[in-house]
Ligand binder design. Sequence first.
Ligand code: DI6
Ligand code: FE
Length: 394
Amino acid sequence: MEQRWTNARLATMAGDDLGLVDDGVVVADDGRITYAGPASGAPAAAGTVHDCEGRLIAPGLIDCHTHLVHGGNRANEWAMRLEGATYEDIARAGGGIVSTMRATRAASEEELVESALPRLDALIAEGVTTIEIKSGYGLSTEDELKMLRAARALGERRAIRIEPTFLGAHALPPEYQGDSDAYIDLVVNEMIPAAAPFATAVDAFCEGIGFSPGQCERVIEAAKARGLAVKLHAEQLSALSGSALAARHGALSADHLEHATDDDVCAMAEAGTVAVLLPGAYYFMRETKLPPVDAMRRHGVRIALATDNNPGTSPTTSLLLMLNMGATLFGLTVVEALRGVTVNAAAALGLGNEIGTLEPGKACDLAIWDVGDPAELVYRIGFNPLHQRIKDGQ
Ligand code: DI6
Ligand code: FE
């Protein structure tokens, strides 16, 4: 059944910029876009017509890096940080990721779904139509699978596309303290084979307080052997060249990247690995080292922006706020910021043919905004001008 949105300004994201079309029309059939362009070139109307009264239609937003499913929260640890404790102090004292692990292990699958729903609804209310969700707080085979099942279940509870990522190598569970290689053996030999049917990609935390590049490479190789896509948390707190490692393995994305070097960026450019920038974590952790955005531009690396929603370092559920932070903190332009939550976020998920632009053949995922100029989406702080969200033409 044909649907048609008329009397709109379009930001199609086709090409290299916002792909703006004044007096535009989007036509969809069976949830797929069949036409997006000037009204003058649109095929004759055949179905339902929605008058957008001059509003802006953009692709539905894509949050390509989240830890949305998790037990509990860490407001208490944040309060401690405000009194002087560091993230590392708290992690070494058994808090941090491990405290969320305990809460996640204690929760049932249904409890994880229920606690994630309000966060998911906040993103949906801002026009998000696709979200990546990582495991990584279970840290046992059973609990990691529970997280991945909860992530998938969210896709049955709401009209949203979910891309589950297995992040078993996120932190060392206490039962493996002092033997991180043995934990990586478990990840590689048991968890990845078990998680493969439930996840589309595998991620790891390549960091001094996470896992070494050599350990991450073992995880990446195991993922590739199972036909899963790979990505990596890299260069968040220190420079270990995890991003170059990920690129050499054809990773979809390397994420965080504050400490990435020119060589890392060059390797990412060669491989087509997307740089996923996470200004919420940078802000919340009061980091000062900026990601090398100029080098990314120079080498032609695509940049995406995401919330990194997680209880420890980025408790935000606003992708609109990330647009503003990407611009104010990292110096992204309006075009870069908006492409970062649409077309480039789709590429970071390996879904570039499916979502992220308004082009024929793509899913009809739309965000209809009550703004005149797309720059307003990046400019405002804590204001949501969403008029309507359409997922698969509905
Ligand atoms: N980097 C992060 O910022 C989060 N995970 C990661 O690998 C932090 C996760 C947490 O503190 O719970
Ligand atoms: Fe993360």
